[in-house]
Write a protein that binds this ligand. Structure first.
Ligand code: NDP
Length: 400
């Protein structure tokens, strides 16, 4: 029987919810590429419940304990004496979410000699040292597509919020004001703007599709080109590299995975090549942008706005420059963990665990590392190496 350690974010400050604003969520059966949504043999939760926090337990406790496994759920993941570190020596499976990532560094792999499977309840396994997983023969899997559409909706919201200056205008109302001129001196329409995505994978392409009806001019750069039919349908301009794209865009949205090739991509040099007053929306990963370069560009006016939900490390220390820089629309990491998305990734984790315990193959689309090498979705979109350096800084959230 296995010991499974699951790291989830804390419950709401007012306690685990007893009621929800809505009674149901739409049932989604398949994703735009035809792949079916997760199909576990059963689920022990009601879709629409809070599953991603500690008391939600991803709805897994009954399933795992009925099968005789030990299931430990904690939010205590940072610092040397964390509960996660204490549980690692006999853990066979670690489950964690990108929103509140259990950084699985090489040091943590060394503390977990029995570890065989690391599951990301969501998408993006950069919080796991993939090189260490490959070296140790540990399988890494994530729930590909589970929240890609959730994030694409968030991107459209953030682009409109920044360009139309929504958040400061809302704040004038809360403060009792009617300061129209203050609100609109930074407010524009996106109609006619050039909007580009770094990567046109599941999220990037879904964002492009959702932006098309706004009569904007769409651009993308990616390692692989989209089919000619898609380029034509969306009237896309392809750029062979990110520099070429950012020079002409009013808004850039970042939708590539974090891996050694993309780490620190948006540094001072690249930002200086953007149009003055451009906006960046980054819901991919914090480490793709240099935090100080972003803050300085907002202060100088080189960037007119920056929004996103991804930071490094997570949780971000209280003195992280993105909390206090001007013209930002940052939230905690939430875009992929709406209640709708949670139902899909909780079911996806259950499907992965059922396959693992039944010794059936995990869907190829869910694999990131397997058999000592990048596999499945990982082989397509990641590069070998490690992107967890500096993650020990997450412990500063408690003390900063
Ligand atoms: P996909 O794998 O479908 O798409 C990723 C795309 O990035 C692929 O098209 C890939 O190219 C491309 N890519 C990889 N490296 C580069 C590079 N160096 N330059 C340009 N393009 C590159 O993943 P998703 O769209 O589903 O997710 C993307 C990322 O979004 C995740 O890895 C994760 O980090 C983040 N995410 C954030 C969430 C949130 O809650 N904020 C939730 C879910 C995901 P190709 O395959 O053609 O080689």
């Amino acid at each position: 029987m296995a010991k499974i350690v699951c790291v989830l974010y804390d419950d709401p400050v007012d306690g685990y919810p007893k009621t929800y604003p809505r009674d149901d969520i739409p049932k989604i059966n398949a994703y735009p590429d035809g792949q079916t949504t997760p199909r576990p043999k059963g689920i022990d939760f009601k879709p629409g419940e809070l599953l991603g926090s500690v008391s939600g337990e991803l709805g897994l406790r009954r399933f795992l304990e009925n099968a005789g496994h030990t299931f430990v759920v904690t939010s205590d993941k940072d610092g040397k004496d964390s509960r996660l570190d204490k549980e690692l020596p006999d853990a066979e499976i670690v489950i964690s979410q990108p929103f509140w990532p259990a950084y699985m560094t090489a040091e943590r792999f060394a503390k977990a000699p029995k570890l065989k499977l690391v599951v990301t309840a969501g998408i993006g396994s950069d919080h796991t040292d993939l090189q260490a997983a490959m070296d140790r023969g540990v399988t890494v899997a994530e729930v590909t597509y589970c929240n890609s559409i959730s994030v694409s909706e968030h991107i459209v919201m953030m682009i409109l919020s920044l360009v139309r200056n929504y958040i400061p205008s809302y704040q004038w109302v809360v403060r009792g004001g009617w300061n129209i001129a203050d609100c609109v001196t930074r407010s524009y329409d996106i109609e006619g703007m050039h909007i580009g995505t770094v990567a046109a994978g599941r999220i990037g392409l879904a964002a492009l599709r959702r932006l098309k009806p706004f009569d904007v001019k769409l651009h993308y750069t990616d390692r692989h080109r989209l089919p000619a039919g898609v380029e034509k349908e969306l009237d896309l301009t392809f750029h062979p590299n990110v520099e070429s794209m950012v020079r002409v865009c009013d808004v850039v949205t970042i939708n590539c995975p974090l891996h050694p090739e993309t780490e620190n991509m948006f540094n001072a040099q690249l930002i200086s090549k953007m149009k003055r007053g451009a906006y960046i929306v980054n819901t991919a990963r914090g480490k793709i942008c240099d935090p100080n370069a972003i803050a300085q560009a907002l202060e100088s006016g080189q960037l007119a706005g920056y929004a996103g939900d991804v930071w490094f490390p997570q949780p971000a220390p209280k003195d992280h420059p993105w909390r206090s820089m001007p013209h930002h629309g940052m939230t905690p990491h939430i875009s992929g963990t709406s209640l709708s998305a949670q139902a899909r990734y909780a079911a996806g984790v259950r499907e992965i665990l059922e396959c693992w315990f039944d010794k059936r193959p995990i869907r190829n689309e869910y694999l990131i590392v397997d058999g000592g090498k990048l596999a499945g979705a990982g082989a397509h979109s990641y590069s070998a190496g490690n992107a967890t350096r500096g993650s020990e800084e997450a412990a500063r959230f408690k003390t900063s």
